[in-house]
Write a protein that binds this ligand. Structure first.
Ligand SMILES: NC(=O)c1ccc[n+]([C@@H]2O[C@H](COP(=O)([O-])OP(=O)(O)OC[C@H]3O[C@@H](n4cnc5c(N)ncnc54)[C@H](O)[C@@H]3O)[C@@H](O)[C@H]2O)c1
Length: 351
């Protein structure tokens, strides 16, 4: 199999962890005779400074010609986040209708959790990725002390039902347990609408145990008993927050992967770590590449290269278990050391 991948390393540590992860992915594919053709795009904050935009005017059309998009992170202290986010990430997610944002959170052996050595969790957060709280509707009005801002959430029946269905189907392939994040006691229009539609879709899945939990209680439960969750379905904002929380519980945001999926496969899906460009550690070669490599595992699975995906994940888990850790996990390895260790585990044994 030969697939074409658009690579946007982006900013900050994106430019460090993406090449490291590409090496690991190539090493996982090589013994199986599969190849990814990487098409590297310099779309970034540097481009914004140079040319006034994060990506070219026909950027979306260019990306559409590829089988998947492998993204590092965008964001630079010299540019307002709204420019980097709405100039690249959000248009890609929306134009390609990548309405599922999958965020697996699993504790890896060897990664210390702030909850202690016995804590366990294996959760997939299914975040709605196309509507909800991240909306352009609204504006700023008035002046001076009378100034105010309005931000409107958008929840459509189609949008809620399709993410709920995806989550239920995923739960069916796992431990058949689904939790829906809500806040219907405080947000009185959109959240009861979310609940009703999730419940309704759930009628088609009598074999999946499900419940609706208020987001505040759910956040506390992810810390108190992370092992009790399987699939969590949440709106755009709630899913975003919960996945950083769950990633921290699992040890570090430096290991948390994500996939922006168009389940219809009409357009390329996009694979990126949960973390951002981490300007505080960029340029030092110490960023943890695990989240980026694990995002690569999700990409290989999506492309049907599941045996390479499995071997790559195994190599990452072995590397971490054996203590090759970056500073965010308490080690002193660099980005390249971790990638080297993963590649070494994937190389065919030499005689
Ligand atoms: N998808 C994206 O491209 C994306 C996502 C989140 C934030 N951002 C952007 O990134 C910039 C920085 O945002 P932030 O600081 O809030 O979040 P961040 O995720 O970049 O960093 C948060 C903290 O986690 C640490 N960290 C993150 N990834 C790490 C890794 N791989 N290894 C070790 N430590 C790691 C950082 O050093 C920092 O202390 C902002 O411009 C923001 O908008 C982009």
């Amino acid at each position: 199999v030969a697939k074409s991948i658009a690579v946007i390393a982006g900013d900050g540590i994106g430019t460090e962890v993406v090449p490291a992860a590409m090496r690991c992915i190539d090493a996982a594919l090589a013994p199986e005779g599969h190849v990814l053709h990487w098409h590297e795009l310099d779309w970034s904050s540097a481009r914004y400074h140079r040319e006034g935009a994060m990506m070219p005017a026909d950027g979306i059309e260019q990306l559409d010609r590829h089988d998947a998009i492998f993204l590092g992170a965008v964001g630079d202290p010299s540019i307002p986040d709204v420019e980097t986010l709405w100039g690249l990430l959000i248009p890609i997610r929306r134009r390609f209708d990548q309405y599922v944002n999958l965020r697996p959170v699993r504790m890896l052996d060897g990664v210390p959790s702030p909850l202690g050595p016995d804590a366990r969790c294996d959760i997939v957060i299914v975040r709605e990725n196309s509507e909800g709280e991240y909306s352009e509707l609204g504006g700023r009005f008035g002046d001076g002390d009378d100034a105010f801002a309005v931000q409107n959430d958008v929840f459509t029946r189609r949008g809620v039902r399709r993410i709920a269905r995806y989550a239920y189907e995923l739960a069916r392939s796992r431990r058949r347990d689904l939790t829906s994040a809500t806040k219907s006691n405080g947000i009185i229009h959109t959240m009861p609408f979310w609940d009703e539609n999730v419940t309704d879709v759930g009628r088609d899945f009598p074999d999946v145990a499900s419940r609706s939990v208020l987001i505040d209680a759910l956040a506390a439960d992810i810390v108190r008993k992370p092992g009790s969750f399987d699939v969590i379905v949440a709106s755009n904002l709630f899913g975003d927050i919960l996945s950083d929380l769950a990633a921290a519980v699992a040890g570090s945001i430096g290991i948390a992967p994500s996939a922006n999926v168009d389940p219809s496969r009409m357009h390329p899906s996009m694979f990126e770590p949960v973390h951002g460009s981490a300007p505080d550690i960029a340029g030092r070669g110490i960023a943890n590449p695990v989240a980026q490599i694990w995002s690569g595992v999700l990409m290989l699975e999506h492309l049907g290269l599941s045996s390479a995906a499995h071997r790559l994940m195994q190599a990452v888990e072995d590397t971490v278990r054996e203590g090759v850790l970056t500073p965010d996990l308490g080690g002193d390895a660099g980005t390249a050391d971790v990638a080297d260790a993963v590649v070494a585990r994937l190389a065919p044994a030499s005689h």
